[in-house]
Design a protein around this ligand. Structure first.
Ligand code: AMP
Length: 249
């Protein structure tokens, strides 16, 4: 089995987001960037499948500018075998990302495609779903457990009512939840080894797809500042304030 993992470079989750002065988007210059958190779970799952002897080859793909090579090096240091950067001058919408991934999938022929459930920058939660439709492969989203027996996938996903169990066949597209596993840290020796692992670069213009945005961002604004709270002495005072001052109960 060959596993392809889609990895996005995003502003690190610990960074305090700043909006650009011209309100065209979020500031990414001189900001710490990292692997999108659920994509680390996708990488971890792919590496585990290789360690269990279920996968023979693992491949990480990112679509981004030259700097996005760093998330591929992180993926390689975590244990992925090889990687591809699809170089794109602009950041793409989920439809264009899914189209790009489908072109790479056509060439690479993986059996299983793992993505994060959601990118923490755009919070779109669309790429995996669109990709499965483009490929006409089954999909399971937000998976929190995966077992593979032969061609069969046994999947758990958390839903409001509890744990939903699904079964499907390879090839499939799965999007990973943070509960799926605990991503490993890349050790220093593995970071050194990752420098020698393959990282191929493909220019997006060679794939012959329409990546033009379908959505126009009008303006990005900071959320309104929260007003300072007040301290109350006891529950009685809290209830009175909610009832007679805030009039919410
Ligand atoms: P989204 O639909 O934007 O919330 O992203 C869902 C998942 O799609 C991410 O967790 C990644 O696995 C994948 N993805 C999105 N954008 C990219 C990208 N530029 N390069 C590689 N993978 C991506």
């Amino acid at each position: 089995m060959k596993v392809l993992v889609a990895v996005k470079r995003v502003v690190d989750y610990k960074v305090q987001i700043r909006v650009k002065a011209d309100q065209s988007g979020v500031e990414t210059e001189n900001v710490k960037m990292s692997v999108n958190p659920p994509d680390e779970n996708a990488i971890e799952e792919a590496v585990k499948l290789k360690e269990q002897g279920l996968a023979q080859e693992t491949l990480a793909v990112t679509i981004g500018d030259d700097k996005a090579q760093d998330v591929l090096r992180t993926s390689l240091a975590m244990g992925i075998d090889r990687s591809i950067l699809v170089k794109s001058p602009n950041s793409l919408e989920p439809l264009a990302v899914a189209k790009t991934l489908s072109k790479i999938i056509e060439k690479e022929n993986p059996d299983l495609v793992l993505l994060g459930k959601q990118a923490i920058d755009d919070d779109s939660n669309q790429t995996g779903q669109i990709l499965s439709a483009l490929l006409n492969w089954p999909q399971a989203c937000f998976i929190s457990d995966l077992k593979i027996e032969g061609n069969k996938l046994f999947i758990s996903r958390e839903i409001d009512e509890g744990i939903e169990k699904l079964e499907t066949n390879l090839p499939a597209v799965l999007t990973c939840d943070l509960r799926l596993n605990t991503p490993r840290f890349a050790s220093l020796p593995n970071i050194m080894k990752a420098k020698k692992k393959p990282l191929d670069i493909i220019d997006i213009s060679t794939l012959g797809i329409d990546t033009n945005p379908k959505i126009k961002v009008l303006k990005v604004e900071e959320p309104p500042k929260r007003k300072a709270g007040i301290m109350v002495n006891d529950v009685k005072e809290l209830v009175e304030k909610l009832k007679y001052e805030a009039k919410v109960i």
